[in-house]
Design a protein around this ligand. Structure first.
Ligand code: V47
Length: 355
């Protein structure tokens, strides 16, 4: 173990076997110390956040992921599918909020096509011109672009022309193909997710990456997922942030699995920071972890907590997250930073400080 600690202290890359040993055997305080070392090297004492809101156009989805608490079948009283006018109104209602980012993610509605999404993006961009549009998971994008008969770079170029400037990290779930087939059997594949992000990077669109952990996966499968991201990032350099997403168990088909412990969350965060030596930001998404765990995550490699959100997302409240109406004020974020000896930095989507 000492040899592995030394490598990390010297800034050397660790292997997947070493990562597994760390994950299984390192005391929690060592993981905190080492992940903090790596975080300070890359991000100093910054605690990044942004002013953002989400738009979730629909919860009708042609895929049936077992972990999803959000999807409803067409015709259900709890299903929604906003029209382009309604989406524009949501964006206009937040136009004076000071938001610098609009995050758009929803179900993969079988009726919509690329032109629908292009129109959506251009209307949102027109409504909130000062905000960056970060839109659609690789799964939504692969679906709409393949349906249009275009290559990923052609489709992404058209979306970029309409105003899509960055891509969020969702839809990655778990890359291990066998396990992916169990938890989201009909969803877009690992190969599609990776190819879509690679195409985005090749034309200069930055993206994020996620993992869905804490369900049936082994720690080795978690590390394999990180390794595939590290390899892609070596080739492209296009990932801004990695976001470990903890499986939340309420109201979905895997509910009986329950949820993993806080210790497992902290080990996963720390390992992500240590292993992903080429992805600059590790985001503890506060809406999913809740505020208390997010604050602890700051001592395990996280430098970013996402943003103010302004009660605009339902994905996690429907899966049992603490905040049913998620919203953080700048004062709350600054107080969190102060309690943890960190400098709060309001950032834009590309991690430039906002003045
Ligand atoms: O892909 C769905 C996950 C993701 C559950 O890029 C669940 O800045 C846990 O990707 N328990 C969407 N997770 C959210 C996402 C995201 C969020 C915030 C910021 C960014 C970013 C990206 O949510 C899905 C899926 O992996 N998810 N259901 C659940 N029950």
């Amino acid at each position: 173990m000492e040899k592995i600690y030394n490598k990390i202290e010297l800034g050397e890359r660790i292997t997947t076997d070493e990562a597994l040993r760390l994950m299984e055997e390192a005391p929690l305080e060592e993981l905190s110390r080492l992940s903090t070392l790596c975080r300070v090297r890359t991000c100093g004492d910054a605690l990044y956040y942004n002013r953002n809101f989400h738009i979730e156009p629909t919860n009708i989805c042609r895929f049936n992921c077992l972990f999803c608490s959000y999807r409803r079948p067409r015709g259900s009283a709890e299903a929604w599918n906003y029209s382009l006018d309604e989406i524009e109104q949501i964006a206009l209602s937040k136009a004076d909020s000071g938001a610098t980012e609009v995050h758009i993610v929803g179900g993969v509605h079988p009726d919509h096509d690329l032109d629908h999404y292009i129109e959506m993006i251009s209307r949102v961009k027109r409504a909130v011109p000062g905000a960056t549009v970060k839109a659609f998971t690789a799964i939504e994008l692969a679906y709409m672009i393949e349906k249009a008969g275009l290559t990923y770079t052609e489709g992404l170029t058209r979306l970029r022309e309409a105003g899509m400037e960055a891509i969020p990290g969702g839809g990655a779930e778990i890359f291990d193909e066998e396990l992916r087939a169990k938890i989201c059997p009909d969803k877009g594949s690992t190969a599609q997710w990776l190819a879509l992000h690679e195409a985005a990077h090749s034309i200069g669109i930055p993206t994020n990456a996620t993992i869905l952990y804490g369900h049936m996966e082994s720690r080795a499968q978690r590390i394999d997922h990180l390794n595939r991201l590290r390899e892609l990032q070596d080739r492209t350099g296009g990932f801004n942030a990695f976001i470990p997403l903890k499986y939340r168990s309420a109201g979905n088909k895997m509910e009986s699995l329950g949820e993993v412990s806080l210790e497992e969350d902290l080990r996963t965060l720390a390992l992500s920071r240590i292993f992903l030596d080429n992805i600059p930001h590790i985001k503890a998404y506060w809406v999913m972890y809740g505020k208390q765990t997010t604050e602890m995550a700051l001592a395990y490699g996280a430098d970013d907590i996402d943003g103010t959100i302004d009660d605009s997302t339902k994905i996690y409240s429907m899966a049992g997250a603490e905040d049913q109406r998620p919203r953080l004020t700048i004062a709350e974020i600054e107080a969190m930073a102060a309690r943890n000896g960190r400098t709060p930095i309001e950032r834009d989507t590309f991690y430039n400080p906002v003045k």
